[in-house]
Design a binder for this molecule. Structure first.
Ligand SMILES: [Fe+2]
Ligand SMILES: [Fe+2]
Length: 306
């Protein structure tokens, strides 16, 4: 997974893709190591080959549920990737450390490439308008209400940061929402759900390549966010971070079950995965155990069943 070229990504075992981010974040890499990984993991959004994916998606024999799942996943990422690109400017401007800036420059390049990749999926696979603004408006109508609420919370927190770029607490709050929640839980779960549901299907190789390449990039972005938040907690800023988590976690966990599968067991599985990932990230940054339990236990369906 670390070394594979774009064309090799769809052939990787689904397991390797699904476990990858946990392996990378678990090693707690420093920003400079993440920079070095980035130089080795370049790919091209322009090289994705999408013609066959378009024909498959519009094939009359494709089950409607697969068509709806792909359409919603792509629309969600059209909003998410563009929002990510938009948010990172203030996060780079306000970042407190030179090595952080070096990493965040690479992340802006990644999010630019992701936005281009999902715009191509929207236009060439879903037949959405070519103009990004018109495409974003159409995608906004497809995403779920919780997703919209979280996008608005992101906008507010980033506007606050843009108004006070030297406020470190504010910077950590933007990182909490963007790196830990949006990327660390939602994007990762969305990418994993898609890879999981296409794992036994020998088609949609363009979509698979794009999502697996984005998943690999995400492992670096999340690792960076966890590093920055761990450092923030050690420096006495835990309360800033917890304040955002209190607002964002209920939205994020609601969103997972709204990620339409129309299938209760699948929704329960996704919720459990999200709670587990969130707990792992919070452990990674050294969050207080009692706070973690307060935040996540109410959403743990396994506890509710006991
Ligand atoms: Fe991204
Ligand atoms: Fe990202």
């Amino acid at each position: 997974m670390d070394e594979a070229k774009l064309g090799e990504l769809p052939q990787l075992p689904a397991d390797a893709v699904l476990r990858h981010a946990d392996l990378v974040t678990g090693r707690k890499p420093k920003p400079i190591e993440l920079y070095q990984r980035w130089e080795r993991q370049q790919w091209s959004a322009e090289e994705l080959s999408l013609g066959r994916d378009h024909d498959m998606l519009h094939h009359p024999r494709l089950p409607e549920s697969v068509r709806v799942m792909l359409k919603e996943a792509i629309a969600t990422f059209i909003i998410g990737e563009y929002t990510g690109l938009d948010m990172l400017g203030p996060i780079l401007t306000g970042c407190p450390d030179e090595e952080y800036a070096l990493f965040l420059g690479t992340q802006i390049a990644d999010e630019t490439r992701h936005a281009r990749a999902v715009f191509r999926l929207g236009e060439e696979v879903l037949e959405m308008p070519e103009n990004p603004r018109a495409m974003l408006a159409e995608a906004w109508n497809i995403v779920t209400p919780a997703h919209k609420e979280l996008s608005l919370l992101e906008t507010r927190i980033v506007q606050d940061l843009a108004a006070r770029p030297l406020d470190y607490g504010q910077w950590l709050q933007a990182c909490t929402l963007f790196h830990l929640i949006t990327e660390g839980v939602l994007a990762l779960i969305g990418q994993r759900a898609l890879v999981h549901s296409l794992r036994d299907v020998n088609m949609f190789n363009g979509i698979k390549s794009a999502f697996i390449a984005m998943c690999r990039d995400e492992s670096r972005h999340i690792s960076f966010g966890l590093h920055a938040l761990r450092t923030g907690i050690q420096e006495g800023y835990a309360d800033h971070i917890y304040e955002v988590l209190e607002q964002a976690v209920p939205l994020a966990l609601r969103m997972d079950t709204e990620f339409e599968s129309g299938n209760d067991r699948e929704e329960a599985r996704i919720r459990e995965m999200s709670v587990d990932i969130l707990r792992r990230h919070l452990g990674n940054i050294g969050a207080d155990h009692k706070f973690v339990a307060h935040l996540t236990d109410p959403y743990d369906l396994r506890l509710a069943r006991q």
